[in-house]
Design a binder for this molecule. Structure first.
Ligand code: NAD
Ligand code: TDX
Length: 338
């Protein structure tokens, strides 16, 4: 049995990971430590909550006393750190919590991992640590880290702490840097679910700037299969980029969503640009493809339809979110843009 501490497992990618992996493996015992911020939702984990090899603990990765207690009590030998404040726009509204969770929280986990001699520590990072690309070229693992937003700066700082623990103490660390994810259970502040829900409600679709910023999209299950491979077979000390080679300008995504929902493009509203908006992200994933034999299995055309259908079928999941506290954030975020 592998005793694994998964952090942030009630969020979008972490909950998809736990659902996927526990469906497949019974040699993993997963302790899910999650603070249940606005982005964490235990409903995401309904299908695994009664499994014997799964347990949930509500708590903060910054709380070193709690983290040390968990390592000791559950004899943790593996860590997969998904926990983070993950939304760029929120980091522009206020950076402090990003520094706290993403940098200090990761450091607390690293210290505990060192103390308890973990066998593998996998840090879930992002392509945003590389900064922004011009019209050509791809991020490779050798691209210098040059983050631009408070979010990406906090993720890059965490990556550097992870690498320093490998270099200085020989902690067996690994880092993955993935491009933009989409799929079921994504909090509707991110581009794709936000646009789906606004279109369903015949609300305006706020596209930043001219809509020509490019992101490289990957279905969340493809990301999580790559995480599994790196966790199992990745070479200690290494960084692995993950991407599905699916670059698209934002406006194109928005139009695909509208077309699938049979809604008019008149709903599109170009709004004031995100400050410091990175122009283009695109990932070279040849290292993980060659070394670990990973390749993406989902194509965008069909996986975006699955995603839209999921939101259509799971109205209860998102209706609670789009009322209440989220609405305050939404109004604050967009009132001065429009
Ligand atoms: P998310 O915001 O949906 O979920 C984050 C989870 O972490 C939530 O469940 C939240 O409650 C939890 N959390 C936040 N602060 C915590 C704390 N202090 N202690 C414990 N738990 C805490 O994020 P996501 O989109 O699922 O992203 C997961 C990870 O993947 C993040 O590290 C993110 O940087 C990275 N990533 C995301 C994307 C993407 O497209 N969403 C792409 C590449 C990398
Ligand atoms: O309302 C919007 N209008 C809009 O035009 C929103 C929310 C976004 N956008 C644009 C900004 C970006 O160019 O769409 C693009 C995607 O935006 P987000 O969904 O906010 O993602 P991004 O900023 O690219 O960051 C994401 O990918 C990398 C995740 O949020 C990060 O957690 C991950 O590390």
């Amino acid at each position: 049995m592998k005793n694994i501490l998964v952090t942030g497992g009630a969020g979008f990618i972490g909950s998809n990971f736990i659902n996927y992996i526990l469906n497949k493996r019974d040699d993993y015992f997963i302790v899910n430590l999650d603070k249940l911020t606005y982005a964490g939702n235990l409903e995401n984990l309904k299908e695994v909550e009664s499994k014997k090899n799964y347990t949930f603990i509500k708590g903060d990765i910054v709380n070193s006393e709690l983290v040390n207690y968990i390592f000791e009590k559950y004899k943790i030998k593996y860590v997969i750190n998904f926990a983070a404040e993950s939304h760029v726009d929120r980091s522009i509204l206020g950076s402090e919590i990003f520094f706290r969770t993403n940098v200090i929280g990761t450091n607390v986990l690293l210290e505990a991992a060192k103390r308890f001699n973990v066998e593998r520590f996998l840090q879930i990072s992002t392509d945003e640590v590389y900064g922004s690309l011009g019209p050509t070229g791809l991020f490779t693992e050798k691209t210098p880290v040059a983050p631009n937003s408070p979010y990406s700066a906090s993720k890059a700082s965490a990556d550097m702490m992870v690498q320093s623990f490998n270099h200085t103490y020989g902690l067996p660390t690994l880092i993955t840097r993935c491009s933009n994810n989409y799929g079921p259970l994504q909090f509707p502040e991110k581009l794709i679910p936000l646009m789906i829900l606004n279109a369903l409600k015949d609300k305006k679709l706020p596209v930043y700037g001219d809509g020509m910023n490019v992101r490289d999209w990957i279905y969340v299950i493809d990301h999580n299969k790559a995480v599994e491979l790196v966790f199992e077979n990745g070479k200690i000390g290494e960084v692995y980029n993950i991407g599905a080679g699916n670059e698209m300008p934002n406006i194109e995504i928005v139009k695909i969503i509208l077309k699938n929902l049979n809604k008019s493009e008149e709903l599109i509203q170009f709004v004031k640009d995100r400050p410091g908006h990175d122009k283009r992200y695109a990932i070279d994933s040849s290292k993980i493809q060659n070394d670990l034999k990973w390749k993406p299995e989902f194509n965008f055309e069909s996986a975006i339809v699955n995603t839209i259908e999921w939101y259509l079928k799971n109205k209860k999941w998102w209706e609670r979110i789009v009322s209440g506290e989220y609405q305050n954030y939404y109004n604050k975020q967009y009132s001065d843009r429009i």
